[in-house]
Design a protein around this ligand. Sequence first.
Ligand code: ADP
Length: 458
Amino acid sequence: MNKMHFKTRITIWFSAVLLIFFAALFFLITLINNAVLQQNVKGTLIKTVNNNLLDVEFSLTQDEPQEGTEYIAYGTGYVIIDRRFLKIESGVYSSLYTPEGNLLYGEDPSSEASPDFSDGTIKEVKIRGVKYYVFDRITNGGLWLRGVISEEESKGLVLSITKLILLIFPLMALISVAGGYRIASHFTAPINEIRRKADKISKGDDLSERLPVTREDEIGKLSESFNLMFERLEKNFEREKRFNRDVSHELRTPISVIKAEAEYGLDRERTPEEYREILGTVFEKTGELTEITESLLTLSKLENTGEKPEMYPLSLKDALKSAQNQTAKPTDKKISVVWEKEEDVSVIGNEPLLIRLFSNLISNAYRYGKENGVIKLKTEKADGKAIVAVTDDGIGVPEEEREKIFDRFYRAGNVGKTGGTGIGLAIVREIAVLHRAEIKCLPAEGGGSSFVFTADAI
Ligand code: ADP
């Protein structure tokens, strides 16, 4: 794993890329400069020589030239040289030669190598390691006008540019590193901020705290993802806490009854009838324990698990029929079940869960239904809604408790001695929520209650 800080890595990468870019750029500049300067040197040479060509006049007269002009006696006449003729101009040495190749006037650093004369072509000579460019023109009097420039002229300039670059380069390096560091800080600062806050939240006790989402970019999305994670963590944590609390609270009563019964049995010798009674109570209470733990586990699984159960189109009539078949009939009372309406209606849902929901309603109807009572089942489609109703003619639910009975462990005041855990309807509500359905407890005509499930029909 790379231990280097993200910031350091960005800085290094950024500076390296920038420096390589600068180095390549400087190299290119030097290369181009070299070529351009060389070209320039040759250009200067040609231009100076051609200019001077106009400033050398060959006079054939034998009259002495006027005062103020520079002249050289040559042959039978004079060579008059204008004052504008410069022996050295922009690094170009100019000189005049006789057709035989004798120096008449001016300076010629290339004289040692004495290159041949030729009109209008650039020649290159090397003297003691220094390269010279030589350019000759023939004047109208047959004299040679020679221009010479040293390559050093261009080299000097190239060298100064290279020096400048070498001076600038460390500065560039510094700017690159500083720039890289700034960019890295710019990108890592919000990430560090998130990390700091996330650390604080995960270390602290308060899981309800959230990261502020102030931007819409990737960083904002990251905060949102973290918040979603915290939300799920919090929900799971809460669920676990509640489950633990519920388990200890709900299991305490049956366990203490079992313990008391066992103590009573062990206290002294009992009659076989008494033992039978004790075992009967223990059996009943262990059954209750199983029911409570199973219901709690189901409820806990249904709540906020995050993963949605598989959903598909299914017939509500079939689900209700399956629930009817799977629900155990009471052994202590006679209750009949009738279908008052069985319309074919389908919803998108999870069949085992819906069967469980309806089965809970039917078993409640059995439990709170009256002796020789009737349970009415109904499936119908109305206004795009799928409706299932389970109606009994039992004890009913007092109006003010019709909502509360869906809360976990809530049991209405009129249940008397009828056993129960108060978890069944909480499971019913969770399953309904998962199906985006509504579940209501309504009073039934002539007493009893009607539990109505309403979902979107397809
Ligand atoms: P339990 O039946 O185990 O007590 P439930 O969650 O299934 O738990 O029901 C909660 C409460 O709602 C019951 O205790 C009862 O007071 C009331 N209840 C549920 N169904 C009916 C019904 N069909 N008739 C009358 N009361 C009901």
